[in-house]
Design a protein around this ligand. Structure first.
Ligand code: ADP
Ligand code: MG
Length: 267
């Protein structure tokens, strides 16, 4: 047998083997480094065990969050730190409260309403990233993409299985509700998605239209009303205001949708 460079103790070898069996190889390094620290500082066995496990858990959370963010399908990475609150000061407190992540454990929803360019997708993404950091799995897609996904599942006769699978995601973001009106069957699929998550897991929805116009989007006042009822029963509704951030330095303030918005009174 080839001689080892550094003869390991039996216990160290066993830790090596057990950490591999637990698929936690970082424990090997943490166990040996913290053992010296523990001896020097006179830690109890419990302190030592907790410290080793804590390193593993925080390493897993960090790499897990990065992975969940990669898998979420965000159109771009946008964080709350990147957000300029001078442009949307009215929702600052509400967003700060949401950033604690408590809404996810309570299966509450968030609805972001406002004209184009006011930061709805940005904030939905940022809250999605918060969710990923809190250990929740996240999926982001536009309403149109969600419908396409659900239609595929429906066609294959596996809509219930798909809805059950999606319930394992702590957060689903449905961006751009209302940019395109839905056919009746599409509206029903979105309704089923909303219903299946009701009081189980969170949704974030964004829309450039007020709730009063959703009947037109879903082609049916009754479906829209039933859906809005479930969405807002446990929800924070944030209304973003003002001109498009995209156009802020362009001297353009006459997008059709912001002329009628809740901006400054205009002659
Ligand atoms: P919406 O989804 O409401 O149309 P977006 O969230 O896509 O708007 O915002 C358009 C662009 O402007 C994005 O690049 C976004 O990051 C940026 N943006 C919007 N509002 C803000 C803001 N208050 N602070 C920083 N960037 C913003
Ligand atoms: Mg958007």
């Amino acid at each position: 047998m080839a001689a080892k460079q550094q003869p390991a103790s039996d216990a160290a070898k066993q830790i090596h083997y057990l950490a591999a069996a637990l698929k936690a190889p970082r424990i090997v390094e943490a166990a040996s480094r913290l053992a010296d620290q523990a001896r020097d500082a006179g830690w109890t066995h419990e302190d030592y065990l907790a410290a080793v496990l804590e390193r593993e858990v925080s390493a897993r959370n960090a790499s897990g969050a990065a992975q969940r963010i990669r898998w979420a399908g965000f159109p771009a990475r946008k964080t709350l730190d990147d957000f300029d609150w001078d442009h949307q000061s009215a929702v600052r407190q509400q967003v700060a409260a949401l950033a604690s992540g408590a809404f996810l454990t309570e299966a509450r929803n968030v609805v972001l309403l406002g004209p184009p360019g006011t930061g709805k997708t940005h904030l939905a993404t940022s809250l999605g990233m918060v969710a990923a950091h809190h250990g929740h799995r996240v999926l982001f897609a536009t309403a149109v993409d969600w419908v396409a996904r659900l239609q595929d599942a429906h066609r294959l006769g596996r809509l219930p299985a798909e809805l059950a699978r999606l319930r394992r995601y702590g957060l689903i973001v449905i961006d751009e509700v209302g940019y395109l009106p839905f056919e009746q069957d599409a509206a029903n699929l979105v309704f089923q998605l909303v219903s299946s998550r009701y009081e189980h897991a969170s949704l974030i929805l964004t829309s450039n239209l007020p709730f009063s116009s959703w009947g037109g989007v879903f082609g049916d006042q009754a479906v829209a009303a039933a859906m809005i009822d479930r969405i807002v029963h446990h929800a924070d509704v944030l209304t973003l205001k003002g001109a498009s951030y995209r156009l802020r330095n362009r001297g353009i303030d006459t997008l059709p949708s912001i002329r009628t918005g809740a901006g400054e009174p205009d002659a």
